[in-house]
Design a protein around this ligand. Structure first.
Ligand code: AMP
Ligand code: ZN
Length: 464
């Protein structure tokens, strides 16, 4: 298996620290708002990474943090006229509800920053003892000049950083590129006691501390999207290297952005769609196909035409399983023949090549074609292909709740078609064309669908 490591800027053979085990830490959300579909791309991708390692029989420990204290939460608490812990609680609950809608499995641990303040203080004190951190008026900074390796993850040069950071010049810092480890509390802000007075930890300290605490000094994979390479991950790495000679992370993985109109989807640019709204429009598995059809390191534009294509692609997979009556053979024990195993190997080869999901999805469609071909020829090998399709699709997070989905008579297309007819009927009613409006109602009734006009609009139910 090979993984592109941001640190070395090349694909490297994956060798876990401990054979058979993988420790993964992925930077999670700052819980001051609902997350958008760009964040969801990253969460979905790492869900697949974890799922694939599990499929390959690794024992995976997957940690995703929840940043429950920072400026955004403080601002949001003021906006919503409530407290920071209440904001955190509200959006943590929303985060779990939303990832569940997206079909993203829960991580093994969701550490909250505020639960590790003591450990963070220990880390900052150690850095200060080693001469890597200094305090000025209650704020504590990391001194980037004190660490020769600073900048090696992002490839940035100290000189370039010094100039860049001058824009927001903070005269307290020895070097404008120094970053905050501990922030003095302002009037009314949440605070914890520390040797430097009351305050709170910086974001970069949170992740490195929680990663080390839950997964140990060295982890296998640390992930997020590319925006985290600098400064967040660079600064985590600096602290870890500052206090330990052991490597912090073996493989740094960074996903590309979900863009919109060529720009990164982000809260600050106000160009986002919330994941919770998007999953109301599209099945979560449609979104999976949409995201996974491109390599995780490439950028993707939020494009409704392409999502429409993914919708059709997913529909064709389910139609195959329905047409070929997968439910009937679902519990059958299967011994795969050589040629079916070959398809599986192609899938594995794609995934082993730095999680090339675009290629692994192509293999799924290849399997689909073969299944249909064999079925048409009344060759029972089609059953093996169906089983393989489901097995591999599930590695990517497709075919969740499969039995239920295949049993329901009403697939999403029927729903969409009825909604369309109701829309046309509304139009006829607007034009006072009662004859056509009634005709639609009667025709629908004749196939077992009853329309009811309510104050909120027309609703329908199945009479079957
Ligand atoms: P945030 O809450 O902004 O810190 O982001 C949570 C996670 O989503 C981090 O791993 C980010 O790198 C990632 N992320 C943020 N914006 C995008 C985007 N437009 N596309 C993909 N991932 C993103
Ligand atoms: Zn982080």
């Amino acid at each position: 298996m090979r993984i592109y490591n941001t640190l070395s800027r090349k694909k490297e053979k994956f060798i876990p620290l401990e054979p058979g085990k993988v420790k993964i830490y992925v930077c999670g959300p700052t819980v001051y708002n609902y997350f958008h579909i760009g964040n969801a791309r990253t969460f979905i991708f790492f869900d697949v990474v974890r799922s694939y390692f599990t499929y390959r029989n690794y024992e995976v420990t997957y940690v995703q943090n929840l940043t429950d204290i920072d400026d955004h939460l403080i601002e949001q608490a003021i906006k919503e006229k409530t407290s920071v812990p209440e904001i955190a609680e509200k959006y943590i609950a929303a985060f779990f509800a939303d990832i569940s809608q997206l079909g993203v499995k829960k991580a093994d641990h969701y550490p909250k920053a505020t639960e590790y303040i003591g450990e963070m203080l220990d880390m900052i004190e150690k850095l200060a003892e080693k001469g890597l951190a200094y305090e000025v008026n209650g704020d504590v900074y990391f001194s980037v000049d004190s660490l020769t390796s600073y900048g090696r993850l992002s490839g940035k040069k100290l000189e370039e950083l010094r100039v860049g950071a001058r824009v927001e010049e903070n005269l307290q810092k020895r070097n404008p590129a120094d970053f905050t480890l501990w922030k003095k509390a302002k009037e009314g802000e949440p605070r914890w006691p520390s040797p430097w007075g009351e305050g709170r930890p910086g974001w970069h300290t949170e992740c490195v501390v929680m990663s080390r605490k839950l997964l140990g000094e060295t982890i296998d994979i640390h992930g997020g999207a590319v925006d985290l390479i600098f400064p967040h991950h660079e600064n985590e790495l600096a602290q870890a290297e500052g206090i330990s000679a052991k490597p912090f992370v073996r493989y740094w993985m960074h996903g590309g952005f979900l863009n919109i109109g060529g720009e990164k989807m982000s809260k600050s640019l106000d160009n986002f769609f919330l994941a919770r709204d998007v999953v109301k429009k599209f099945d979560s598995e449609v979104l999976r196909i949409f995201f996974l059809s491109k390599h995780y390191r490439s950028q993707i534009d939020y494009n409704l035409d392409l999502i429409g294509e993914s919708e059709q692609a997913l529909h064709s997979l389910y139609m195959l399983l329905k047409d070929l009556d997968y439910l009937r053979i679902m519990d059958k024990r299967i011994n795969y023949t050589e040629e079916v195993l070959e398809s599986k190997n192609e899938f594995l080869a794609a995934m082993d090549d730095d999680f090339n999901t675009a290629r692994s999805i192509a293999v799924l469609f290849d399997i689909t074609r073969k299944a249909r071909q064999y079925y048409n020829q009344q060759n029972p090998v089609y059953e093996e292909y169906l089983h393989m399709l489901v097995e591999l699709g599930q590695v990517l997070g497709l075919f969740q709740n499969l039995a239920i989905k295949l049993k329901t008579d009403w697939d999403s297309y029927s729903n969409d078609l009825i909604a369309l007819l109701v829309k046309y009927r509304d139009k006829f009613k607007e034009e006072k064309n009662w004859e056509m409006a009634d005709q639609i109602r009667n025709d629908l009734r004749s196939i077992g669908i009853e329309l009811q006009d309510t104050k909120e609009g027309t609703i329908w139910k199945s009479l079957k």
